[in-house]
Design a binder for this molecule. Structure first.
Ligand SMILES: CC(C)(COP(=O)(O)OP(=O)(O)OC[C@H]1O[C@@H](n2cnc3c(N)ncnc32)[C@H](O)[C@@H]1OP(=O)(O)O)[C@@H](O)C(=O)NCCC(=O)NCCS
Length: 228
């Protein structure tokens, strides 16, 4: 099935179409760049966690009290910040590598539906639908994965069109709804999903280290029955 959406915005027109084999390289690149580009916001969010904040202040301060050296104090602060950045980056990179080496290796085979937004013959947005990675309970659901929009095409409604395309597909397939997981600090994505009828179902986390704690994610569900 080919679902076409032609949309005119202040930029050149774009359209949403089904993934084709020649999109493989740009899709993988857009996914990687989208995920890696979220590291700075994840980093700033992690600084606000109480335990992390305490370690970042407490360790340099304790070293200063013990040694009287301002240089040691500053070095330890920069060391901790660097360690924090590298830990987050390694976590995100592992997720990216894992996806590139599993579901994004053979996209046609792994996904029941995968769409790209194309503008001037360039892939500028992507989204995929997959059977849920974890059981959702009763019902027939699809999982939304790998929504990403090229940086200079953001804020123009591409992601909204991509997610709506996927939701219409799931409805046409007779599904009960769509689920997804996103970082709790990904406010643009969360606002988008919530505005399209997704509701938070539960939270989970991936352990990073003792002072950074967990990388928290929110699991969202869009139930078609509750929208009727
Ligand atoms: C999240 C992402 C896909 C949004 O793409 P986009 O094309 O810019 O989104 P849209 O223009 O369709 O915006 C739709 C809605 O999303 C929300 N949104 C988008 N960007 C936002 C921002 N910077 N801040 C707050 N809300 C934002 C708004 O609710 C917006 O609706 P509105 O314009 O009516 O206010 C894009 O930022 C991205 O590719 N990020 C990197 C990859 C990623 O994090 N993917 C999500 C993984 S689950």
């Amino acid at each position: 099935m080919q679902q076409e959406t032609e949309t005119e915005t202040s930029m050149a027109p774009y359209h949403v179409r089904r993934y084709q084999d020649h999109d493989w390289e740009p899709v993988r690149e857009l996914f990687s760049k989208g995920m890696l580009g979220n590291i700075p916001s994840e980093f700033w969010t992690s600084l606000k966690k109480p335990r992390t904040f305490l370690v970042l202040l407490g360790v340099p301060f304790a070293l200063f009290l013990g040694s009287g050296s301002l240089i040691l104090c500053l070095l330890s602060l920069f060391g901790l910040l660097a360690c924090q950045w590298l830990t987050l980056r390694r976590f995100v990179k592992q997720y990216v590598e894992n996806s590139l080496n599993t579901d994004l290796l053979d996209i046609q085979k792994s996904y029941v539906g995968f769409w790209v937004a194309e503008c001037k013959h360039q892939v500028v947005g992507i989204v995929g639908a997959h059977p849920p990675l974890r059981p959702v309970g009763g019902g027939n659901y699809l999982e939304l994965l790998h929504l990403s929009v090229k940086r200079n095409y953001r804020g123009k409604g591409l992601a909204r069109t991509l997610v709506q395309t996927l939701l219409h597909f799931a409805q046409d397939q007779g599904c009960d709804g769509v689920v997804l997981e996103t970082s709790n600090s990904n406010h643009p994505a969360r606002r988008l999903y919530e505005s399209l009828g997704f509701q938070k179902a539960h939270e989970s986390g991936y352990h990073l280290n003792w002072w950074l704690g967990y990388f928290s994610t929110w699991h969202y569900k869009c139930d078609f029955s509750s929208q009727k």
